[in-house]
Design a protein around this ligand. Structure first.
Ligand code: GAR
Length: 201
């Protein structure tokens, strides 16, 4: 299956997808798209000979409109937001309904929404004195972090001393759960019923 991955920074989730043994023979990442021209994730893409697109408001080398046609011409069947921090325009979501997934570093529907990304999330979780956190993978709709939840992994954070410690624990699980969900989608085991998302064994 052809995938496109959206990133904004470090790219550790992109790397986890590329290095996952279960995915190696069943996916091809045909493009990595970023809103940050010089992000580390672009270096990972280039090392793996993957086409990169810098998507910006004015200065980017591709627009979301043009990306829609590129994705269709290149038979992209799944779009993964792996640390992409901008809102995806609604017409783009409409073109790829139920084909865009996002990883969020907390247990949605808590600690999501505009501005809740990266360390902001872990700081809010820490300040709340929550005893659990963990990644969520969900379908992308027109809003921040509200699409149907596909998978989550609880992490015990009852004895952490900093938001950074939470980030580290959650990231370890992100690197497992995102490839897991991609595999389940490829196997046709992620089913959308009227109002729930079910993952089959
Ligand atoms: C990850 O922790 C991801 O969950 C988070 O950005 C980080 C990207 O790291 N995404 C969000 O906060 C989205 N709201 P990475 O570039 O190393 O994969």
């Amino acid at each position: 299956m052809n995938l496109a991955v959206f990133v904004s920074g470090r790219g550790s989730n992109l790397k986890a997808i590329l290095e996952n043994e279960d995915l190696k023979n069943i996916i091809t990442i045909v493009a990595v798209i970023s809103d940050k021209q010089n992000c580390a994730a672009f270096d990972i893409a280039k090392e793996n000979n993957i086409t990169t697109f810098y998507i910006g408001n004015k200065e980017g080398n591709i627009s979301f409109e043009k990306l829609v046609s590129w994705m269709k011409i290149n038979s992209v069947e799944l779009i993964v937001l792996a640390g992409f921090l901008k809102l995806i325009p609604s017409y783009f979501v409409g073109e790829f309904r139920n084909k865009i997934i996002n990883i969020h570093p907390a247990l949605l529907p808590s600690f999501g929404g505009k501005g809740m990304y990266g360390m902001n999330v872990h700081k809010a979780v820490f300040q709340s004195s929550s005893k659990v956190s963990g990644p969520t993978v969900h379908f992308v709709d027109e809003y921040y972090d509200t699409g149907g939840i596909i998978a989550q992994q609880c992490v015990d954070i009852s004895s952490v001393n900093s938001p950074e410690e939470i980030a580290e624990k959650v990231l370890k699980e992100e690197h497992k759960i995102l490839p897991y969900v991609i595999k389940k989608i490829i196997e046709g085991k992620v089913i959308r019923t009227d109002n729930r998302v079910v993952v089959l064994e």
